[in-house]
Design a protein around this ligand. Structure first.
Ligand SMILES: [Zn+2]
Ligand SMILES: [Zn+2]
Length: 223
């Protein structure tokens, strides 16, 4: 399934295309940086002259900044759900194309990319971790190391359908660091960021052990 690279048709509309997404379908994915939105460090949209959203003002996150590529909306949300459950090469190629376009706009680059892990039981059931795939693609593209520094030692419930408070409680203390590290600037990679609770919990584990700056790289941000 994975490893095949010649595209002949567009993943979305099946028209003949040299890449996974044809030029006309590309318009369905507008990168957030092109939308000129004022955003908080957590990626939330800011209105008026606020410099931070209420949640970040009340409790500043451990991460430095979220770099999210696209809005988590149709058709990207469908592609991501499809990918999570079926892991088809064509869907992965499509997501990879969008992801690599996004990561080329991120600056400054970190010293290392670290995927946000799944608990081993969930990873085993799913057969892969989409965050790991994204981290590897970006690492290859940008010539950065990709190191699985974190471990999710608590099997938590899905964050879906939970409030910000419930998400925070659900994920608290569930990440640990696998081995000592010497990186100052780390980017954590995930597929979708919602409230940022998971990313913040993972960032906290790294900051506690000496990282000075932890960024979050995500393919999509849910609003
Ligand atoms: Zn198309
Ligand atoms: Zn915020």
């Amino acid at each position: 399934m994975i490893g095949f690279s010649a595209h002949t048709i567009c993943t979305l509309c099946s028209s003949s295309s040299a890449s996974a997404i044809c030029p006309s379908c590309k318009h369905l994915f507008i990168p957030l940086y092109q939308q000129r939105l004022e955003t908080c460090i957590c990626g939330a949209i800011l209105y008026g002259k606020a410099s931070h959203c209420l949640a970040c003002l009340q409790e500043p996150p451990y991460f430095h900044k979220v770099f999210a590529g696209y809005r988590y909306a149709f058709p990207l949300n469908q592609l991501l759900i499809h990918y999570k459950h079926l892991r088809q090469h064509t869907t992965e190629a499509c997501l990879k194309q969008l992801w690599l376009q996004h990561v080329h706009h991120i600056a400054p680059l970190p010293e290392v990319l670290v995927p946000i892990p799944l608990h081993f039981r969930r990873r085993w059931r799913r057969g892969f971790n989409q965050a790991e795939r994204l981290a590897k693609f970006a690492a290859q593209e940008l010539q950065l190391p990709c190191v699985p520094l974190l471990k999710k030692h608590i099997h938590t419930q899905s964050q879906q359908g939970k409030t910000r408070r419930e998400r925070k409680q659900n994920i608290q203390g569930s990440f640990s660091v696998r081995k000592p590290f010497n990186f100052h600037h780390i980017a954590l990679v995930d597929d979708v960021i919602t409230t940022g609770s998971t990313a913040n919990e993972a960032a906290q584990a790294l900051i506690t052990l000496g990282a000075r700056r932890v960024d979050i790289w995500a393919l999509a941000r849910a609003f």
